[in-house]
Design a protein around this ligand. Structure first.
Ligand code: BTN
Length: 246
């Protein structure tokens, strides 16, 4: 990964550029990096704050050899790779909030946006967008964002070497990606669970059946979150954004 890098001072979104390159036949592992995004996208139609030179705003092209239903597992794998890289480079206690947000002390430092383009139930390619709020300062956040987000610099008290962090992440990713293809999701699931801050917590999710609350128990083999409801029954959440309830 990362042998082929398309670097820009400014883009609307690295996701859009990566989709364009993939359509033109760019090879697996191709990376798009921008110093600044003017239309950074988050999950569920949200915006992603991407100020100039302060973060790692990147999208990569993957061509996994898996059926489409396993695509969510791939996103969990990416969260594990990212969490391990952040811990190694900064020594900060980053943890994963299901499915793939990275938090430090309850505040978000990184998000992953995974978009699959498929044909006949097989992903042709997956565009994985990763945003890491590396060196944003207090002044880079609105009051609203400050309450829910932080940066590696704010948490560690010093500037983080973005190149070192990106390289570490790509190395971790390559190792886990190979493991995933050779041994399946089992080993990744164990790593994810060990880094999770979601398990054994009271959580809430807006689902098609309305607002559902329960206790997050574990992941199932597909990457869904197993949740125990108040009546003791178990349910599975396949997507969404959870909130922790005190
Ligand atoms: C989320 O947590 O909602 C996902 C955020 C993903 C942000 C990254 S930054 C690089 C890439 N380009 C985008 O427009 N979004 C992703």
């Amino acid at each position: 990964f990362g042998r082929n890098i398309h670097y820009y001072e400014q883009l609307g979104s690295t996701q859009t550029k990566a989709h364009e390159l993939a359509r033109q036949g760019a090879e697996e592992g191709t990376l798009v990096i921008a110093e600044q995004q003017t239309e950074g996208r988050g999950r569920m139609g949200r915006k992603w704050h991407s100020p100039k030179g302060k973060g790692i705003w990147t999208s990569m092209i993957l061509k996994p050899r898996i059926p489409l239903q396993f695509a969510p597992q791939l996103t969990l794998l990416i969260a594990v790779a990212l969490c391990r890289a952040i811990r190694q480079v900064t020594s900060l206690p980053a943890g994963i909030k299901w499915p793939n947000d990275l938090l430090i002390d309850g505040k978000k430092i990184s998000g992953i946006l995974s978009e699959s383009i498929a044909e006949d139930e097989k992903p042709l390619y997956v565009i994985v967008g990763v945003g890491i709020s590396a060196n944003l300062g207090e002044d880079d956040y609105s009051e609203e964002l400050k309450a829910i987000a932080t940066s590696l610099q704010i948490e560690s008290g010093h500037v983080v070497d973005r190149t070192e962090l990106l390289c570490r992440f790509l190395e971790e990713l390559e190792t886990l990606y190979e493991l995933f293809h050779s041994q399946g999701f089992g080993p990744i699931k164990l790593l994810w669970e060990a880094l999770s801050v979601s398990l054994n917590r009271k959580v809430r999710n807006q689902s098609t059946q309305g607002l559902v609350e329960g206790i997050a128990i574990s992941l199932d083999d597909s990457g869904a979150l197993i949740v125990q409801l108040e009546d003791g029954s178990l349910t599975k959440w396949y997507s969404g954004t959870i909130q922790f309830i005190p």
